[in-house]
Design a protein around this ligand. Structure first.
Ligand SMILES: [Zn+2]
Length: 51
């Protein structure tokens, strides 16, 4: 399962393939894959332990 985010309204959905139409804004949107998206301020556990 992949995670997709509508580039237009920010709607997120968990599907293998993004739909042609965004269920939220009801438009043909660009869907950005955010499956492995890591927030900018994300600190890996290894670094938190001072390793
Ligand atoms: Zn949308």
């Amino acid at each position: 399962m992949n995670k997709w985010k509508c580039d237009n309204c920010g709607y997120e959905l968990d599907v293998n393939e993004p739909p042609e139409k965004c269920p939220s804004c009801d438009k043909t949107c660009e869907f950005r894959e955010i499956t492995n998206y890591v927030p900018k301020d994300f600190i890996p556990e290894d670094e938190q332990n001072g390793k």
